[in-house]
Design a protein around this ligand. Structure first.
Ligand code: 3PG
Length: 389
């Protein structure tokens, strides 16, 4: 794909779609990673003398009431702090105010307009809306990797009307996640966890073809263990996916490695009795809430010679201290790898690595949730496919 460096930006009105869909609590941003991740592109356009026009969605907007809480204003403030520069926030998604503000923008100045989902046409990719937004600029940069799996007016619609290119963040995500799946240095080891098999079916199917080893932990391990005929007690299970798990196990052969032990408790809470138990000895009234130490050892051994590692989904209920050791052990094993490209596919595993203090040990932590999953499934992402080749 074309990247930002292929475009002449001097004096141009540069429309940049970013993913500023950041978590908020009571109007305060609780994690600004996505804003930080967009800085290289924004700074580059400023340095090149472009006029920066930023836009993003924030959350899901279903009612008029939502518009009160889903404003991007706090994001403009945070971005301004991070850039050390004024960011003009325009509380509109179209109209004279926005058009005048853009007309008055000087080279190197930065403007952010309001939540793109305040427009009903955004998520329907209404052609009129994409065309209108395109009319506000001279070139279009898409740097919203987290939204690349959506076919919306503010990414795909707009790109049809302007010279378009990927920003540095999309370029980096494509290099690492795309590279890991399409052209990895081998062995490629995938570690998959999280609560539900149903969320990861596509990823497992794609990686069965592409990875050299797939290590499975997290809540979804119990659906696989049940498929092997084991008693899983009260552990999380998707009964309607047991047959599928069986066929995945058969298809994967010895590529797929399942846990040999678990940390089990009788209740789903941190302050309760728990024990390490073999996956063959889970009692009827117990539920597994983490992988056990023998599994951490087994997975660590499998990871030792990896040249590429892709991790998606925690190994246990890492939010509870007593059930975080499995996820921590995997972080530790990955942190020790010296010659491997190590990638976290976003979402919960990124949060886990951050919470447990391992974030800087990875080569790349994706800013995508759904987008990275679909990318790992081998799907084409519309927000990337729409950019000029
Ligand atoms: C995300 O957080 O996954 C992206 O910003 C997309 O958000 P959405 O799921 O509301 O489309």
């Amino acid at each position: 794909i074309k990247t930002i460096k292929d475009l002449d930006l001097k004096g141009k009105r540069v429309l940049i779609r970013v993913d500023f869909n950041v978590p908020m609590k009571d109007g305060k941003i609780t994690n600004d990673n996505r804003i930080v991740a967009a800085l290289p592109t924004i700074k580059y356009v400023i340095e090149q003398g472009g006029k920066v026009i930023l836009f993003s969605h924030l959350g899901k907007v279903k009612t008029e009431e939502d518009k009160k809480t889903k404003t991007l204003k706090p994001v403009a403030e945070r971005l301004s702090q991070l850039l050390g520069k004024e960011v003009l926030f325009v509380p509109a998604t179209r109209g004279e105010k926005l058009e005048n503000a853009i007309a008055n923008l000087k080279e190197g100045e930065v403007l952010l307009f309001e939540n793109t989902r305040f427009e009903k046409g955004e998520t329907k990719n209404d052609p009129e809306l994409g065309k209108y937004w395109a009319s506000l600029g001279d070139v279009f940069i898409n740097d919203a990797f987290g939204t690349a799996h959506r076919n919306h007016a503010s990414n795909v619609g707009i790109a049809q009307h302007l010279p378009s290119a990927a920003g540095f963040l999309i370029e980096k995500e494509v290099k690492f996640i795309g590279g890991a799946v399409d052209n990895p240095e081998r062995p490629l080891v995938a570690i998959l966890g999280g609560a539900k098999v149903s969320d990861k079916i596509g990823v497992i199917e794609n990686l069965i073809e592409k990875a050299d080893k797939i290590l499975v932990g997290g809540g979804m391990m119990f659906t696989f263990l049940k498929a092997l005929g084991k008693n899983i007690g009260k552990s999380l299970v998707e009964d309607d996916k047991v047959e599928l798990a069986k066929s995945l196990i058969e298809k994967a052969g010895d590529k797929l490695i399942l846990p040999v032990d678990t940390v089990a408790a009788k209740e789903f809470k941190n302050d309760t009795e728990f024990r390490v138990v073999s996956v063959d000895e889970i009692a009827d009234d117990e539920m597994g809430l983490d992988i056990g130490p023998a599994t951490v050892e087994l997975f660590t051994k499998e990871l030792k010679d990896a040249k590429t590692v892709v991790w998606n989904g925690p190994m246990g209920v890492f939010e509870m201290e007593n059930f975080a050791k499995g996820t921590m052990g995997i972080c530790e094993a990955i942190a020790k790898l010296e010659n491997a490209t190590t990638i976290i596919g976003g979402g919960d595993s990124a949060a886990a690595a951050m919470q447990l203090g391992y974030a800087d040990k990875f080569t790349h932590i994706s800013t995508g949730g759904g987008a990275s999953l679909e990318y790992l499934e081998g799907k084409t992402l519309p927000g990337i496919a729409c950019l000029e080749k």
